[in-house]
Design a protein around this ligand. Structure first.
Ligand code: NAD
Length: 354
């Protein structure tokens, strides 16, 4: 396959830890350009990863005909303006999760995307976890009707000790472009968006659309806890637990009970580059099945799926613009449910979705 010529906008922590090395390693991608407002960051990215061009201004990168597709690795508030500009410049887009910092903004981007013929993937890299992809295929192709799903994302008190040990030493830039104010200051909103977007997307990937939610929220002992009952479009029941932080190790995974079997999965922090441990019980042979899923580099696999889609090979696992919008609708419904005293909220009601 002719490699897809990639430009990366944003050379901050996620680009340095994931997208820059993963693009260089992807078998069907070629890193041609990097862009960051910070000179130190873009020069470091160019020198270390060998991009031939480095831009300070995203508009210049988007005007470069050598760039076919962009990875947008910037703060949440900048996702939609940059993704919109990229689509309007005729570039395919892989944008970090969450798709947007609000549902309204995500919907506006979906409208722009619908008028294009371009690929837009969202960086929900759990879908590129080969263990979770195996669980998906078993759930949808072999296990029959789904009954119930339980998913959890519980961030460890030791997260930053662990990630500091695993991630590269970051280059930082005083002149990096940041959103006005500090979006991370509103912890409740920020944590729900940044971690909840993974929790909700994985649930939807495994069980389909979520049509209503009922969320209880508790802030206590330096932890914030969202416990949500959900109903899937096929009538299956779900429970989603987002707790940040727990006094214990990172705790992420799911259980799925279906007509002809069940699945249990334990997911690792992505910086271990280790696929989830997945065990599938199938009633037909009364056996447990456990994939090796040895290729655990989800960020590289995500870029390879993006490039394959651009070259016309359909990708059933990647999160697309509809998935990004739907995740934000569920997160918005959770917030509204808490505001309304933990009543049920239909996801279609939060944005007039059909
Ligand atoms: N999928 C995952 O596992 C994962 C993990 C961590 C972070 N993320 C996501 O990655 C995104 C970025 O995180 P980060 O910590 O690297 O952000 P950051 O804000 O620290 O760095 C972003 C960089 O982009 C640059 N930038 C922003 N807008 C620009 C523009 N218009 N032109 C040129 N440069 C521009 C800034 O100068 C900055 O250096 C966030 O949306 C976050 O949610 C995803």
């Amino acid at each position: 396959m002719n490699p897809v010529r990639i430009g990366i906008i944003g050379c901050g922590p996620i680009a340095q830890a994931a997208h820059l090395p993963a693009t260089v390693k992807a078998h069907n991608a070629q890193l041609v350009a990097v862009c960051d407002r910070s000179e130190r960051l873009r020069m470091a990215a160019q020198q270390v990863h060998g991009a031939t061009r480095a831009y300070a201004d995203a508009a210049e990168l988007l005007a470069d005909p050598a760039v076919e597709a962009v990875i947008i690795a910037v703060a949440d508030a900048f996702h939609v303006p940059l993704a919109r500009a990229a689509l309007q410049a005729g570039k395919h887009v892989l944008v970090e999760k969450p798709l947007a910092d609000s549902l309204a903004s995500a919907l506006s981007l979906a409208t722009v995307h619908a008028a294009s013929q371009l690929i837009l993937h969202v960086g929900n890299n759990k879908r590129a976890d080969a263990g979770i992809a195996y669980a998906h295929d078993m759930a949808w192709n072999q296990l029959g009707q789904r009954v119930a799903y339980r998913g959890w994302y519980c961030d460890s008190h030791a997260r930053y000790t662990v990630t500091d040990n695993l991630q590269p030493t970051f280059v930082s830039g005083e002149d990096a472009l940041r959103p006005s104010g500090n979006p991370k200051a509103d912890r409740r909103r920020y944590l729900l968006l940044t971690h909840g977007s993974h929790l909700v997307d994985t649930a939807r990937y495994l069980c389909g659309p979520i049509v209503r939610v009922q969320t209880q929220f508790l802030e206590r002992a330096d932890a914030r806890c969202w416990f949500s009952a959900v109903t899937f479009a096929d009538g299956a029941l779900g429970h989603l637990d987002l707790t940040v932080t727990i006094q214990g190790d990172h705790h992420e995974g799911f259980h799925l009970y279906s007509q002809h079997g069940s699945i249990q999965a334990k997911t690792y922090l992505p910086w271990f580059s280790k696929s989830s441990d997945v065990e599938v019980f199938t009633s037909s042979d009364q056996q447990y099945h456990r994939p090796l899923a040895a290729d655990g580099y989800s960020y590289r696999r995500q870029i390879e799926a993006f490039c394959a889609a651009i070259r016309g090979i359909p990708q059933q696992h990647a999160a697309n613009v509809s998935d990004g919008v739907a995740a934000l609708a569920v997160l918005t419904a959770m917030t509204r449910s808490v505001e309304q005293g933990s009543g049920w909220v239909a996801t279609k009601d939060v944005a007039g979705l059909p």
